[in-house]
Design a protein around this ligand. Structure first.
Ligand code: GLN
Length: 279
């Protein structure tokens, strides 16, 4: 890119570079340019003829370069929208996905507004699920666990930024840090991609421990299904997000672990995405 390029030219050039790697090249380019110029996105449309100085060209070009190498936009900007909240994300956390809002929906329909339930989010990552629940149900006590101290630090910072005091963060492997406690609801978006899945190539910028889980992708779910039985109140619910073709296997795992009333919710693409069960 030359120095002193016009906004519209810089954008057109970036769109061309991003088209092979992004499903939304124009949006990505606009968001990154607005960021490099420290202006709202709307400024770009109002001032297409404005020129970028060489420092801005450099800032913009560096981020476009990272994006062409496949880095998720969220890692470049350091943030991602989830449940109408802007969350900080780093390479230590999975980028929250829109389909995980379905898991949050399913948790919320199980918590009447005036009931102070105890809710557990396992493998919280950026804290997306825990924060959404804590925000919608301020009288509930939410516990969020993760075995990555780095991820937990991000989740804590997100809770602080969104002023959500009703979340406790605990470091540890799945159910270990909550031994001896009892919960009304346990929700999780665990790693569920099979370890040899070619899709992992596309997801290589995100933490593998948040994505892959054994040959069939179900190792974490098998463990959670069993271990969660000792911390769930009678009548309490377990809700698990999983992959495209895993509902039947997850239902069987839950049944074998003694869970009842197994149900499923589809994502917006009509794919079974969240399996639920009652103790
Ligand atoms: N939904 C993610 C993906 O396949 C996987 C997330 C996960 O394993 N929890 O893009």
């Amino acid at each position: 890119m030359n120095e002193f390029v016009k906004i519209e030219v810089a954008l057109a050039d970036a769109v061309e570079r991003l088209t092979p790697v992004s499903e939304s090249p124009r949006l990505d380019a606009e968001l990154l340019l607005a960021r490099a110029l420290d202006v709202p996105r709307s400024y770009l449309f109002a001032h297409p003829e404005d020129e970028l100085d060489s420092a801005a060209v450099k800032r913009f070009s560096t981020t476009i370069e990272s994006r062409t190498k496949g880095a998720p936009l969220a890692y470049i900007t350091g943030e991602k929208e989830f449940w109408s909240m802007t969350l900080m994300v780093t390479r230590d956390t999975l980028v929250p996905r829109p389909e995980t809002e379905i898991l949050v929906d399913q948790v919320l329909v199980r918590i009447p507004k005036r009931e102070a339930m105890k809710v557990l989010d396992l493998g919280t990552g950026s804290g997306a699920i825990a924060l959404a629940i804590a925000k919608e149900r301020p009288i509930c006590d939410v516990t969020a666990t993760d075995f990555s101290a780095a991820a937990l630090a991000i989740a804590k910072e997100n809770a602080r930024q969104h002023s959500l005091p009703n979340i406790e963060f605990l470091l540890g492997d799945w159910l270990e840090p909550v031994a001896g406690q009892m919960f009304d609801i346990i929700a999780t978006n665990p790693p569920y991609v099979p370890s040899e899945d070619p899709d992992l190539e596309r997801l290589q910028h995100e933490p593998l421990t948040a994505l892959a889980s054994g040959a069939d992708g179900l190792d974490a779910i098998r463990r959670i299904a069993v271990d969660a039985t000792s911390v769930i109140k009678p009548g309490g619910s377990l809700l698990i997000e999983h992959g495209d073709e895993q509902h039947a296997a997850v239902a069987e795992i839950l049944q074998e672990a003694g869970w009842k009333e197994i149900g499923v919710t589809n994502d917006l693409a009509g794919i079974p995405r969240v399996t639920t069960a009652v103790r």
